[in-house]
Design a protein around this ligand. Structure first.
Ligand code: 13P
Length: 251
C-alpha cells in the first residue's frame, strides 16, 4: 500500500523568519497526520532553521534542487551531502521551472537523480508536458522521454523509493488544473513506463504525485484517484491554512 505524500514547493518565496512562522502555524493544523506524509521544500536559506522546528512533528524537509558533485569549485551550487547535513530527506529534481529557466535537460536531471539516490536522499522527480505539446497530442511521448531519460541507469530498488511528480506545465501557477481523469490517465501511463523499465514490483511501489494548481477544493478528488499518490503543491502551500486543508483532504 503506497502512502500518499503531499509536498509544498515554496519556490522562491519566504525568508527564514517567515518560514519559521509558517511552520509554527502549520504544526497544530497538520502535524501528526497519519494518512499521508508531509514535506516542506523551502529555499536553501530556510533549511537549517526549519530542521529543528520540524523535528518530532512527522513533517519532513526537502530542497528544491542540488548539484550532483560532492564538493568543488561550482559557485552557487549545493551538494547532496550539504542537503543531508541540513536535515533534508527529500530533494525536488527536474522541476519544469529548472528545465525552462536554468537549462536543465533529461541528462542533467539523470545525473542529479543518481547523485541524490547514492547519497540517501529521496528525489521528487518532476516530469510534465507543455501546453503546445498537449495540444499537439504528444503528452505521452514527452513524458515517456522524460521518465526514460531521467531514470536511465538507475537500479530498480532505487527507483522504487523515489517519488515522481507529474506536473503538466500548463497547469502550474495558472489556476488550470488537469481534470482528475486526465491526471490519472497520464500518471497511470507513467506507472506503465516504470513497469517497462523496472518491472511490476517497482511500478507498484513507486509513488507518483500530481502537481499543478492543487488547492483545497480540488485535492480530495485528485487524491481519490487510484494511481495518484499525493500532490506537489506550489502557491497553495505558502499559506498554512490552505496547505493544512490540502493535507487533511481525508482527515
Ligand atoms: P502551483 O501549485 O502554484 O500551480 O505550482 C505547482 C508546482 O509547480 C509545484 O512544484
Amino acid at each position: 500500500m503506497r502512502q500518499p505524500i503531499i509536498a509544498g514547493n515554496w519556490k522562491m518565496y519566504k525568508t527564514a523568519a517567515e518560514a519559521v512562522e509558517f511552520v509554527r502555524d502549520l504544526k497544530p493544523l497538520a502535524g501528526g497526520a497519519k494518512h499521508c506524509e508531509i514535506v516542506i521544500c523551502p529555499p536553501y536559506t530556510s533549511l537549517e532553521v526549519l530542521a529543528p522546528e520540524l523535528a518530532g512533528t512527522g513533517i519532513s524537509l526537502g530542497a528544491q534542487n542540488m548539484y550532483w558533485e560532492a564538493e568543488g569549485a561550482y559557485t552557487g551550487e549545493v551538494s547532496p551531502g550539504m542537503l543531508l547535513a541540513a536535515g533534508c530527506k527529500y530533494v525536488i529534481l527536474g522541476h519544469s521551472e529548472r528545465r525552462e529557466y536554468f537549462g536543465e535537460s533529461d541528462e542533467t536531471v539523470n545525473r542529479k537523480l543518481k547523485a541524490a539516490l547514492t547519497n540517501g536522499l529521496v528525489p521528487i522527480f518532476c516530469v510534465g508536458e507543455k501546453l503546445a505539446e498537449r495540444e499537439a497530442g504528444t503528452t505521452t511521448q514527452v513524458v515517456r522521454r522524460q521518465v526514460t531519460g531521467g531514470l536511465a541507469g538507475i537500479a530498480p530498488a532505487d527507483a522504487a523509493r523515489m517519488v515522481i511528480a507529474y506536473e503538466p506545465v500548463w497547469a502550474i501557477g495558472t489556476g488550470r488544473t488537469a481534470s482528475s481523469e486526465d491526471a490519472e490517465e497520464v500518471i497511470s501511463f507513467i506507472r506503465g513506463v516504470v513497469e517497462e523499465l523496472f518491472g511490476p514490483e517497482t511500478a507498484a511501489e513507486v509513488r507518483i504525485q500530481y502537481g499543478g494548481s492543487v488547492k483545497p477544493g480540488n485535492a480530495p478528488e485528485l487524491m481519490g484517484m487510484p494511481n495518484i499518490d499525493g500532490a506537489l503543491v506550489g502557491g497553495a502551500s505558502l499559506d498554512p491554512v490552505s496547505f493544512a486543508q490540502i493535507v487533511n483532504y481525508q482527515a
